[in-house]
Design a binder for this molecule. Structure first.
Ligand SMILES: [Zn+2]
Length: 321
């Protein structure tokens, strides 16, 4: 038996699992929330305690790691985390290899999730796919010729910062109208809040009534998920914002299809729960954006929130061979 340890350092969540190579069943599985004031040291400390409780003294044969931020996959060194302080230039692969005395593979979450979906999920049997995660951010990972394709410096797949509306609102990256600026949960929530704050409730045609109701008029409680719920319940403002998000993703996907022509787009993250209208608009806009001769499918991720963990298993299997 070959024991694999899979780790997922997300921005807000930490997860770990153990599995025998070749199996489809976790031996152990644990998920923890990362504290709000987390830094790299506290994340590592929590992860160590999760690992100890999973391994119970056993020694893994290989370790695979999904990290929520840019990583140099060739050295296994984390460049930084946009959500958690203190991750600048942490040699995560070396740390784990020294601590456990076994080989490890480390890559960023979108690349790892793409690998997971390719080997165990919605991408099985396809030799080209683009995985897109849409949640707090928007990221992407490539599988081309059945292999991860990371680009010359590991920066391939940044669909989140593809500009789809040059006159749109300013994104954290400094540009306007990026896919992430229009389609990520926190930005959708921010835009909805701004409209609700600036629009008096006695407006002739009030917008966002259901949104206000859902959060008891505490606008701080609005999240991407709340926007989806309000849209499904018929809220006009939420529907407008959600439509713009699906439109932005559709334009991004259509352009990527024209450029690289992958067989499948696999979508994971919070967007999986965005509702039927969202998917319908996304499919239609992507189709309208791509050339008629360019064929592709857009499908939901099969592994859900566990795609990075399954990808970490695949990474670990690969470092053994
Ligand atoms: Zn951007």
């Amino acid at each position: 038996m070959t024991l694999i340890l899979a780790l997922d350092f997300g921005g807000t969540k930490l997860a770990a699992a153990t599995i025998n190579a070749g199996s489809k069943q976790w031996l152990g599985y644990e998920r923890r929330l990362s504290p709000t004031n987390a830094n790299a040291d506290t994340d590592l400390e929590i992860m160590r305690s999760v690992i100890n409780s999973l391994l119970k003294g056993a020694k893994p044969d290989a370790i695979g790691v999904s990290f929520g931020g840019p990583v140099d996959a060739t050295t296994g060194k984390v460049r930084l985390s946009h959500h958690v302080l203190g991750w600048e230039n942490v040699p995560l692969r070396n740390l784990l290899e020294e601590e456990f005395g076994v080989p490890a593979g480390v890559d960023n979450d979108a690349n790892v999730a793409a690998l997971g979906e390719h080997r165990f999920g919605a991408g099985q049997g396809y030799d080209s796919l683009f995985y897109i995660t849409v949640s707090t951010g928007v990221g992407g990972g490539w599988i081309l010729n059945s292999q991860p394709w990371r680009g010359s410096e590991g920066m391939a797949g940044e669909i989140g910062h593809m500009v789809v509306d040059p006159n749109g609102p300013v994104c954290l990256c400094g540009k306007r109208g990026c896919v992430e600026r229009l389609a990520s949960g926190p930005y959708m929530a921010q835009d909805v809040r701004e409209v609700l704050r600036n629009e008096p409730q006695r407006h002739r045609e009030p917008r966002g009534e259901i949104l206000r109701e859902l959060v008891g008029d505490n606008l701080e409680l609005i999240t991407g998920k709340v926007v989806s719920e309000a849209a499904a319940a018929g809220d006009n403002l939420a529907q407008e914002i959600l439509y713009r998000a699906s439109w932005a993703l559709g334009v991004g996907i259509g352009n990527v299809a024209n450029l690289i022509n992958p067989q499948r787009f696999v979508l994971g993250g919070g967007v999986m729960k965005a509702g039927e209208d969202f998917w319908e608009v996304l499919q239609r806009v992507a189709r309208e954006t791509a050339l008629p001769e360019v064929n592709f499918e857009i499908v939901p991720a099969a592994l859900g929130d566990d795609a990075p963990l399954w990808g970490a298993v695949a990474l670990a299997e690969d470092v053994l061979h």
